[in-house]
Design a protein around this ligand. Structure first.
Ligand SMILES: NC(=O)c1ccc[n+]([C@@H]2O[C@H](COP(=O)([O-])OP(=O)(O)OC[C@H]3O[C@@H](n4cnc5c(N)ncnc54)[C@H](OP(=O)(O)O)[C@@H]3O)[C@@H](O)[C@H]2O)c1
Length: 248
């Protein structure tokens, strides 16, 4: 189906997968609300989209804070009228072994990766239910399908997103004509590894880049576009996208 003229809220739009998807959707005629904390990055992206003839609004938003989310969603609805697409993509991956007891990092992952998705969904869903249509795309991960040593809490948060996605699809599809897609990428070259505070773990993860060709953020943007453009009777419920060379 055509997404021309629709409005999307994209969280985590200041870099990586979110920024690439914002550019891709804007090129396809979607009016995009760009949500993240780094306002300078968002302003630069708005300028780039507008230069290319697209429409975008910067929404300085911390997904952990439900009041910040509500005010960003209200600003987007005021700017463009409706919210047809929600890309729940903001996330963190500060990896460490459980025995390191980085409890504050565990909390941050739960707050951003799970509660952030709940906050934005709660703020946007009433618009979609009123419109009797919508599409929610959630960024889970290969870590939302499998568990890896050293990624335990991150895997738990991404498994939660996989479960939430399927539950939302079941509850919202037939009753409210809202489609839900769960995207599960393998390794993508973005700024995600910068959140890792343990230098040895960070080095180990960075070394993976010498062993295989990572996906590009644009590859995931293409995947999101594919799901959004699928016919309205069809819900691409789950997409597992891997680098060809990622053999685990
Ligand atoms: N890269 C991979 O290999 C990979 C694989 C599978 C899944 N993923 C998932 O893909 C998603 C996007 O990550 P990425 O790889 O594109 O990494 P990234 O470049 O680090 O992007 C993460 C985004 O999340 C935003 N964010 C973080 N905390 C936030 C908060 N409290 N409120 C609002 N926004 C917040 C960041 O913006 P600000 O810092 O400006 O707020 C940034 O825009 C994440 O959910 C990640 O778990 C990534």
């Amino acid at each position: 189906m055509s997404i021309q003229g629709k409005t999307a809220l994209i969280t985590g739009a200041s870099s990586g997968i979110g920024a690439a998807t914002a550019l891709k959707l804007a090129k396809n005629g979607v009016k995009v609300g760009l949500a993240a904390r780094r306002a300078d990055r968002l302003a630069a992206l708005v300028a780039e989209i507008e230069r290319d003839g697209g429409q975008a609004v910067a929404l300085e938003m911390d997904v952990v804070d439900s009041a910040s989310v509500a005010s960003g969603v209200a600003k987007l609805a005021e700017a463009f009228g409706t919210i047809d697409i929600l890309f729940n993509n903001a996330g963190l991956m500060p990896l460490s072994d459980v025995e390191a007891l980085k409890v504050e990092e565990w909390h941050r992952m739960v707050d951003v990766n799970i509660k952030g998705v709940l906050h934005t969904t709660a703020a946007v869903l009433p618009h979609m239910i009123a419109a009797k249509s919508g599409h929610i795309v959630n960024t889970s991960s290969i870590a939302g399908r499998k568990v890896f040593a050293g990624l335990t809490v991150y895997c738990a948060t991404k498994h939660a997103i996989t479960a939430l996605s399927d539950g939302m699809r079941i509850e919202l599809g037939k009753k409210h004509n809202i489609r839900v897609t769960c995207v599960q990428p393998g390794a993508v070259e973005t700024e995600l590894l910068e959140q890792i505070s343990d230098p040895a773990v960070r080095r180990q993860m960075e070394e993976l880049k010498t062993q295989m060709e990572f996906l590009k953020a644009g590859d995931i943007a293409d995947t999101v576009l594919f799901a959004l453009q699928s016919p309205s009777h069809m819900d691409i419920a789950e997409v597992f996208v891997m680098p060809t060379q990622q053999a685990w």
